[in-house]
Design a protein around this ligand. Structure first.
Ligand SMILES: [Zn+2]
Length: 210
């Protein structure tokens, strides 16, 4: 009996539907090729996996969630939880980079005003220019307010966050609003010895009387 040439043997791989699934999972942030395969196999084999429910919730979220035209937070067809809450103070507007930045602020319970999500931060490296951010709608909200409102810049302390804050400060100068910026300093539970110089400098600048 003549044996097949082992080098002409086709190497087996996942069937096409599994490859397609792995391909989609690989596109997810933080998921590499190996993790994508592991997740795909888990979805197919684990009794705990509920693939139809996952697919349904993904489709439903994708179809029903839109950025709120006013604040940019996640809104549903029935509206925006933030903009439509009459208990929120309309006199304070907190400007954040991303819609997801609203959540830690909300969880802190420190803020009960309204929000404006820019949808990013200025970054020449990533080709993010002012026209890519939700700045015109911010100016409109400030100009449309019947009274002078406080605009709090709650942007990141990285280079891009700084650049965005400086740009907005320049843009809002002369408009009827009171511009403030959240204090930056030491993280809770952290000692001085672990803080970098910039953090310490900002903590010192942001000091308040006791
Ligand atoms: Zn909204």
């Amino acid at each position: 009996m003549k044996l097949e040439n082992p080098f002409s043997m086709k190497r087996a791989d996942f069937p096409e539907p599994v490859k397609a699934l792995v391909g989609e999972l690989k596109c997810l942030p933080g998921v590499g090729p190996r993790s994508a395969e592991r997740i795909a196999v888990w979805l197919l084999q684990s009794p705990k996996a509920n693939a139809p429910a996952l697919a349904k919730s993904l489709l439903t979220a994708k179809e029903t969630i839109r950025p709120c035209p006013i604040c940019g937070f996640f809104a549903t067809e029935s509206g925006c939880e933030l903009c439509e809450d009459p208990a929120r103070d309309p006199m304070i507007l907190c400007v954040v980079e991303q819609a997801t930045d609203v959540l830690p602020l909300e969880r802190s319970g420190a803020f009960r005003g309204r929000y404006h999500c820019l949808g990013g931060k200025l970054s020449p490296l990533d080709r993010v220019a002012p026209e890519d951010l939700r700045i015109p709608s911010l100016l409109r909200r400030i100009d449309d307010a019947a009274v002078e409102i406080e605009v709090i810049l709650a942007l990141g302390s990285d280079v891009e966050g700084e650049a965005t804050a400086n740009y907005l400060a320049e843009l809002l100068r002369g408009r009827t609003c009171r511009l403030t910026r959240i204090a930056q300093g030491l993280p809770a539970g952290g000692g001085l010895e672990h803080a970098d110089e910039l953090t310490l400098m900002r903590a010192m600048q942001g000091r308040r009387s006791l």
